[in-house]
Every structure is written in structure tokens, then in C-alpha cells.
Design a protein around this ligand. Structure first.
Ligand SMILES: NC(=O)c1ccc[n+]([C@@H]2O[C@H](COP(=O)([O-])OP(=O)(O)OC[C@H]3O[C@@H](n4cnc5c(N)ncnc54)[C@H](OP(=O)(O)O)[C@@H]3O)[C@@H](O)[C@H]2O)c1
Length: 469
């Protein structure tokens, strides 16, 4: 014995048709809008279309296999659904209205045996699930979320060692994500430049942005690796607009040449992610005679960002500011900027100290750029990814990696806030803050790491001196 139940729901939103279609048709993102769903995954590589499969894991613990059977861009999407409890046929129709888009969702569920009796006896149960999914879809597409604010609790936890440190682990990520809002902003008309996109957090960022249809430029030092990453992104996500630029970002001449090439191209730049980085344990000099951590983590992002500032400015509008995202580290909390010894020449060299001071310097630049570029519609963010299990951590901190690996975040979890700061509508309404797990945190935990105004000015003068050398 089997029985069928039908749902037929409609919503209207003030968003252009192509944005609504792009968000809903990437059905793995249902986890952002349907409260009954725990996780959505795209199973088939390539462009979305007929034959694309999604695995949707429900909070109730079972999973559904969706297969796209009809695909008409900006018009209609149909999918079959298989699970151990029921099968279904779902159709989603899209139509432009005077001021936005209407979405109609029709689902026919077929329940076998006992489940058929249940569905018959409790029709309001299925109806309730459908209505709450559509309400979630509407809320996601309306995309009117407040900028998240730090709380007294966050500030206190930051100052306490155990909660502060636990937050950096995957436990912190999993706790935080319960409170997040959907990010339905359309990325198909955005171009994002990402440094260090061949590994770890940069690669994880590129994967999500490529899947959302953004045009990407991957900046990398190793052309073989970069081309293979770009080819793989194109193959997996059916996104052909993935470009590669080669530059060793420790070398200022290469940073300058990169800026020159990016400005010479006609492409706008809507976001720049300064992610490339490494923790070097022994003091090394670059081919230009600069200490490596200082060159890679502070001077290079400064030169790149200030060099690209005119393009970021010309690509921005008041409604759609351009964004700079600086990937920093919680290590910064332990250090004050040392303006007299930016290249860590005095005393015994410590890689973690040089690294943390450079990240502290980039935090100061984040605040300075946010202030000076607010009239140019450029927002500037700094973020801490938490502790993520990346090749960089394995190479630089093998003991730390060995001891903590059960608690480390995945690269995608570490990269989540980079992606959110790059895409979320609400993240374009704030500037100059330090973010972890989509929440702003204090830039200092200790009064002793605060620089004076004179030190700040000396830092900027010194960095600009190098930059103009
Ligand atoms: N993972 C964490 O827990 C963690 C925590 C705090 C902060 N961070 C920060 O997150 C960022 C990414 O780190 P990750 O953990 O993802 O490390 P990763 O896996 O080693 O990735 C670093 C990326 O930077 C690139 N890179 C390094 N030196 C470069 C240079 N001279 N020129 C151009 N590209 C260069 C690497 O290129 P190759 O592939 O050629 O090596 C790679 O693509 C870094 O800024 C790091 O400081 C990470």
C-alpha cells in the first residue's frame, strides 16, 4: 500500500529573478534556509543542470538523494527525491513579478506502507514542514540581516584563556554556526582576488566562491600547482572564470609586477583576500634582503592592497562596497608592534613572535585603511580563522598539530568567515573590525599590546618608506 501527499506553496521576494534562481537552484544550500535540514552536499561535479545530484541530510538523521530531472534557467527546476522513508517529485517554478520574483514549490510525496497511514492521519505535519521551509527560503532571499555585534559575553570569554582557546577549535566553530544567518548575496557578477589559493584556507575559500559563481583570480607562487587548482575548480563547479596570477609574495618586485598586471586588465576587483602566509621558524632573508615573515605577512599585503586600491575604489558603489579581507591570527593577541625592529633583527629570533608581530601590523593597517577609505566605498576586514588543519600548520607547527589535531577545524570551517566577509550583504556595512566565526572580537586582549598613536604613525611611515623604496 502507498499514498501520496502534495504540497503547493508560493513566496514572493524583492530580488531579481537571476539571483533567486542562482541561490535556490544550488540546492545544497537548502541547509541555510530549511530548518529541517542539517547539511546539503552537491555530489556531481560540473555545471548545475539535468543529472546533478544532491545529498540532503535531515536533522532527524536520515538523508535524501535529489536528482535534477528538468532545468530551465530562471524558469523551472524539477527533481526526484529518494529516501528510505518516501520518494517525491519536486518542482520549483520562478517568475519575475513587477518588483521581484515569485517562487512556487510543488512537491508530491509518495509514502509506502505504515508511513502512508501516518501521512494520511497527520496531513498538517507535512504541511507544517513545507510552510517552515518556504518561510526560511523567503527570509534567506530577503537578506536583511543586522551586522552581528560582539557581546559582553564574547568580550569576557576572549579574556579568559580556556574559553578563548576552545573557541579556536572546531568546537568553537560548531557552537557559533548555530546562530548564523543565510548568505544569499549573488556572486555571479563579483570578481575576487585571493592570495595563497593553492592550499589550506585560501583553497577552501576559492572552492566556495567558485561554487557560488564568482569570477576568481588565484594568486600563487607555483604555476604548476596554481593551474592544477584552477582546472580542478573549473571541473568541479563548472565555473570557467578562474584565472591564475603567479607571484612570489615575499618579493616586492613580484608584488609590484602583479599589481601592474591586475591594473592593466580591464577586470573590476570587488574583493581582495590577503590570505597567503607561512610561519617560518628560522630567520631568513628574501632575495631582496628583507626578513621573510615581515615581507610576506605585512609589507606584501600592504603593497598589494594599496596598489589595488584605485581598482577597488572604481569597482565599488555605495550599495556594493568593495572589500578587503586580511587573514590574521589569534597569535597577534600576544604581541605589540615593534616599530624599531620590524624585521626581527635584535635578540634571538622567534618565528612565532615575528609572525604575530607582522599580523599585529596588518591589524593596524586594517583599521587605518577602514578609516581612510570609507568615502571610497571600500570596507576592510581582519579575521582569525581559528585553528585549522592545513598543510601550513603541519609544516610549521608539527608538534602543535600532533597534539591538537583531533580538535582542529577543517580548512572549510577555518575559511568560513573569510567567505562570509567576502559575500554577506551585512558584512559590507561595517569596516575595520577583527572577526572570528562571523562575530567581531576585540583587537587586543592585553593592554600591553596596544600601540600608541606615535607608534602607529611611525609604523605607517616606516612601511611606506619600504614600499616606496
Ligand atoms: N591554519 C590555521 O590554523 C591558521 C591560523 C591562523 C592564521 N592562519 C593564516 O591563514 C593563512 C593561510 O594559512 P594556511 O593555514 O591555509 O596555510 P597553507 O596551507 O600553508 O597555505 C598558505 C598559502 O599561502 C601560499 N604562500 C606561502 N608563501 C607564499 C609566497 N611567498 N608567495 C605566494 N604565496 C605564498 C601557499 O602557497 P604554496 O601552496 O605554494 O605553499 C599557500 O597557498 C595564513 O595567512 C596564515 O597565517 C592560519
Amino acid at each position: 500500500m502507498s499514498d501520496t501527499t502534495q504540497l503547493d506553496e508560493k513566496i514572493s521576494v524583492q530580488r531579481p529573478l537571476r539571483e533567486v534562481f542562482a541561490y535556490i537552484a544550488d540546492f545544497a544550500r537548502i541547509e541555510e534556509w530549511d530548518p529541517a535540514v542539517a547539511r546539503g552536499e552537491r555530489l556531481t561535479p560540473g555545471e548545475l543542470g539535468v543529472g546533478t545530484k544532491f545529498r540532503i541530510t535531515m536533522r532527524a538523521g536520515f538523508s535524501l538523494l535529489y536528482t535534477v530531472t528538468d532545468w530551465e534557467v530562471d524558469r523551472r527546476l524539477a527533481m526526484t527525491v529518494d529516501s528510505k522513508f518516501f520518494s517525491a517529485f519536486e518542482e520549483i517554478g520562478f517568475a519575475a513579478t513587477g518588483d521581484g520574483t515569485q517562487v512556487r514549490y510543488v512537491a508530491t510525496f509518495t509514502f509506502p506502507g505504515l508511513f502512508a497511514q501516518f501521512a494520511k492521519r497527520f496531513p498538517s505535519f507535512m504541511d507544517g514542514i513545507g510552510k517552515s521551509a518556504m518561510a526560511g527560503m523567503k527570509r534567506a532571499l530577503e537578506d536583511q540581516f543586522d551586522v552581528p555585534a560582539g557581546s559582553v559575553g564574547t568580550a569576557v570569554a576572549d579574556k579568559l584563556i580556556l574559553p578563548g582557546v576552545l573557541r579556536f577549535t572546531r568546537l568553537g566553530y560548531r557552537g557559533a554556526r548555530k546562530h548564523w544567518n543565510p548568505t544569499s548575496a549573488y556572486m555571479g557578477d563579483r570578481h575576487v582576488v585571493i592570495t595563497g589559493a593553492t592550499s589550506g584556507l585560501g583553497l577552501a575559500t576559492a572552492e566556495v566562491l567558485a561554487s557560488r559563481g564568482a569570477e576568481l583570480t588565484l594568486v600563487a607562487r607555483d604555476s604548476t600547482k596554481a593551474i592544477s587548482v584552477a582546472d580542478e575548480l573549473k571541473r568541479r563547479f563548472g565555473n570557467p572564470r578562474i584565472h591564475v596570477e603567479i607571484a612570489d609574495l615575499c618579493v616586492l618586485a613580484e608584488v609590484d609586477a602583479l599589481v601592474h598586471r591586475l591594473l592593466a586588465s580591464s577586470r573590476p576587483i570587488h574583493a581582495l583576500v590577503n590570505n597567503a602566509g607561512a610561519l617560518v621558524n628560522a630567520r631568513e632573508l628574501t632575495s631582496e634582503g628583507l626578513e621573510r615573515s615581515f615581507a610576506l605577512l605585512l609589507l606584501s599585503p600592504m603593497r598589494l592592497t594599496e596598489g589595488l586600491q584605485p581598482r577597488l575604489r572604481s569597482s565599488a558603489t555605495a550599495e556594493q562596497p568593495s572589500r578587503v579581507i586580511n587573514v590574521l591570527s589569534g597569535g597577534m593577541y600576544s604581541q605589540k608592534i615593534c616599530v624599531d625592529d620590524l624585521q626581527s633583527a635584535a635578540g634571538t629570533y622567534s618565528g612565532p613572535v615575528a609572525y604575530a608581530r607582522a599580523k599585529r601590523g596588518l591589524m593596524i593597517l586594517t583599521e587605518e585603511w577602514a578609516r581612510s577609505w570609507s568615502d571610497d566605498h571600500i570596507v576592510v576586514h581582519a579575521m582569525h580563522p581559528g585553528w585549522a588543519d592545513t598543510p601550513g600548520v603541519v609544516a610549521s607547527l608539527p608538534t602543535f598539530h600532533h597534539v591538537t589535531r583531533g580538535l582542529l577545524r577543517s580548512p572549510a570551517e577555518g575559511a568560513d568567515t573569510i567567505v562570509w566577509l567576502t559575500c554577506a550583504t551585512e558584512a559590507a556595512k561595517t569596516s575595520g573590525l577583527f572577526w572570528l566565526d562571523r562575530l567581531p572580537h576585540a583587537a587586543h586582549m592585553l593592554a600591553t599590546t596596544r600601540e600608541t598613536m606615535a607608534e602607529r604613525e611611525a609604523l605607517l611611515a616606516s612601511l611606506r618608506g619600504f614600499a616606496n623604496a
